[in-house]
Design a protein around this ligand. Structure first.
Ligand code: HEC
Ligand code: HEC
Ligand code: HEC
Ligand code: HEC
Ligand code: HEC
Length: 319
């Protein structure tokens, strides 16, 4: 192999590889997240791509060695005098003109790229970029019934959304405020609704005796989490719901029409950024911005976006 390792050629091949991989990754819409510069494509990922290429190069070289060995055996076994096949006349001489090192490099790069792009896509879904994600929940609970038909306020159940980072899922006790009495027996021929029974099972309520079962070992209802940001990012509900006055539906969609919740927004970084660029902060009617409002009035500025307020600073959303 080493007789092919002429440094100038290797350099040229490496340069091509570099440009090819950078260019194709830059063009790949999955890798760049619809036109934004890809933050994923860092030095580390490039080193990984390089290592992958090297690995494929070694494999290609080994295969090449095995093939030449087999060719040699076949050549030794077959005597001359027979008519050459199409492969022997055209393809074989052409293959011989190729530099195996550069060929392996090219093959290696292609494999490396495919593996990289596939791996990236896999990573995206694993991390939770799942618009439309709608898992089956342990209880067939419907927002369409509770938030839509019954018009229960979102904050009745997701009470921490106005006070803290998390909106949180209500405990079974919240359900019991109503379901102690609402069993829907008339709908199920005198029996308790099977779905509501699951709440009773979790909390230890005996609907026949109309009482909690003593010393019952309660087990929380294991709701499957739908919206999930990676640990590297910071999102705060009260900041958006109270200070930012953003409606739940702006981010979560028409939840009150969903029998089964599904993820409405991508929750990707550009989604956050786009809103922060466009959305103006209502500083005039918000006690959080009294000082700022006074200052802006002096400066004569009327539109004030989240971005103006530092909403594009990396540190605001990343620890
Ligand atoms: C009666 C209580 C109740 C009310 C009212 C309610 N929710 Fe929920 N919400 C739940 C429960 C229970 C879950 C978990 C099960 C599920 O995902 O369906 C949930 C899940 C969610 C989720 C998905 C959470 C996740 O796992 O990522 C969102 C978003 C949500 N609710 C938003 C809202 C909005 C917006 C409203 C008002 C329009 C609302 N909810 C009203 C009880 C309620
Ligand atoms: C500015 C966009 C935005 C608004 C407004 C918003 N949410 Fe969320 N919500 C998110 C994001 C992003 C997540 C994922 C958070 C995470 O993984 O840390 C989330 C997660 C949730 C969850 C599940 C996880 C948790 O935080 O406990 C619930 C429930 C929820 N939101 C309900 C609500 C309700 C109810 C409202 C309105 C009172 C609301 N959200 C308003 C963006 C928003
Ligand atoms: C404010 C009162 C109230 C709260 C709180 C409440 N529910 Fe309900 N729920 C109802 C009413 C009323 C119905 C019947 C609605 C109908 O069928 O029109 C119902 C129906 C249901 C059903 C449908 C049962 C069937 O067989 O059709 C399920 C399941 C259910 N609730 C689960 C829950 C869960 C889980 C919680 C807690 C997260 C909860 N509910 C909180 C009032 C409430
Ligand atoms: C629909 C519009 C909208 C979306 C989507 C949105 N935000 Fe915001 N965000 C706001 C508004 C409005 C404010 C202003 C509230 C304030 O100044 O405290 C804000 C403020 C913030 C702040 C405080 C900025 C500061 O200067 O104090 C952080 C941090 C933040 N958002 C993070 C996020 C993250 C992370 C996401 C995505 C997961 C996101 N936001 C998505 C509208 C949005
Ligand atoms: C408004 C909030 C916000 C701001 C400002 C922000 N990010 Fe992010 N960033 C996020 C969120 C949310 C994610 C997670 C997105 C996901 O799940 O794919 C993220 C993901 C990332 C990732 C992981 C790779 C990816 O694309 O998923 C990197 C790297 C990153 N951000 C770097 C930065 C840098 C550098 C800046 C400053 C120029 C910045 N971020 C500013 C919200 C923000």
């Amino acid at each position: 192999m080493f007789k092919y390792l002429k440094s100038r050629r290797i350099l040229a091949a490496l340069t091509t590889m570099l440009t090819v991989s950078t260019a194709s990754i830059a063009q790949d819409p999955a890798a760049t997240g619809e036109g934004q510069p890809s933050l994923f494509y860092t030095n580390t990922t490039f080193v990984i791509v390089l290592l992958l290429c090297l690995l494929f190069m070694v494999i290609a070289y080994l295969l090449y060695r095995v093939k030449s060995h087999l060719d040699k055996i076949i050549d030794d076994q077959t005597e001359g005098g027979r008519e050459l096949t199409r492969y022997e006349r055209i393809i074989k001489p052409w293959l011989k003109t190729l530099n195996p090192t550069i060929t392996s490099l090219l093959i290696g790069t292609s494999f490396g790229l495919v593996a990289f792009v596939q791996g990236y896509k896999f990573g995206m879904t694993e991390v939770g970029v799942q618009k439309g994600y709608s898992p089956t929940q342990p209880i067939n609970y419907s927002h369409k019934v509770h938030a839509g038909k019954l018009q229960i306020d979102c904050k009745y159940c997701h009470s921490t959304a106005t006070k803290s980072k998390q909106a949180s899922i209500p405990s079974a006790n919240t359900c019991m405020n109503c379901h102690k009495y609402i069993t829907l027996r008339d709908k199920y021929d005198g029996k308790v609704s099977p779905e509501i029974s699951k709440i009773y099972k979790a909390i230890g309520w005996d609907p026949e005796a109309n009482a909690y079962i003593p010393n019952y070992k309660q087990k929380p209802i294991e709701w499957v989490r739908i919206h999930n940001l990676p640990d590297l990012s910071y999102f705060n509900h009260s900041q958006h719901v109270v200070a930012g006055k953003v409606e739940c539906q702006t981010c979560h969609g028409p939840i009150q029409e969903m029998d089964k919740v599904s993820q409405f927004s991508s929750l990707q970084m550009e989604w956050c950024i786009n809103c922060h660029k466009e959305r103006s902060v209502d500083v005039a009617n918000n006690k959080y911005y009294e000082d700022l409002h006074k200052r802006l009035k002096i400066e004569g500025k009327t539109v004030y976006t989240v971005a103006d307020n530092g909403g594009l600073e990396c540190g605001k959303c990343h620890y």
